[in-house]
Design a protein around this ligand. Sequence first.
Ligand code: AMP
Length: 290
Amino acid sequence: MIERISSKSEVRAAIAEARKEGKTVGFVPTMGALHEGHLSLVRAACDRADVVVVSIFVNPTQFAPGEDFENYPREVDADLALLSADGVEIVFTPSVGEMYGAGAQVSVDPGPLAMRWEGEARPGHFGGAATIVAKLINVVRPDLAFFGEKDYQQLRVVTRMADDLDLGVRIVGCPIVRDHSGLALSSRNAYLSAEEYSWALALPAALQAATAALRRGEWDARALEAIMATTVARESGGAVTLDYAAVVHAVTLEPASTLDAPARAIIAGRAGATRLIDNCALEPALPGRD
Ligand code: AMP
């Protein structure tokens, strides 16, 4: 039976009960408006933990000024229906006041990993995201917490934070779930008109073009970035404005020069008013390397 809980103390009590029975706890933090991407994390959690806790909290502190905090889709009833079908035990739906008491002022500094890319485009975003993840992890105290590779930089920041702050949780990254056309699922896709949706497909097309060029032997990171940018311009007829299309080291997120270490292609841009991000692994097929 799914239990919806909105207070921190009640969540702690419910989890303490499960712990008494020796159960392991898996945690999936979300902002709701759930789709198959979120549900893939939930299923991974159900596979690997006895009790699964999902949080739904649209966290104001990770939205930069002028972003879509007010308009962000909120569909808690539909979300609960999806989660009960998936066998989740506890859904934590705190209010902003429950998570941030009056006078709250201490936050997490997410460090250098958060400075480039999304951190540059969305000032304050990772400080807010890391802080709420740390707080939720401190409430739930899970064994495992599941994050999507869709938000690759967030996954790296959270993994680093869990290690550096000794949060005592193992961070598990899960693959990106895409729709039938290859667009990475996102709660923000609901904002897209049919025309904007067709422009948005330029992002996965750019990642595919980079992957294909790498397979053909193009190992130069700047050349792959140029291929991504021209693909976006061509496929969207110039309608998508790029924030970045970069090839980065998969762990440090620093710009990669050549592809001899694990790398990631990361891309962000706007289709109409909607900002979208996507990424993929870039692994050259080396003889003798699995
Ligand atoms: P959000 O509700 O956007 O904060 O996302 C909650 C979690 O779901 C994050 O760990 C995201 O990376 C993950 N997520 C969102 N979209 C996808 C997707 N298409 N595939 C896999 N994970 C996703």
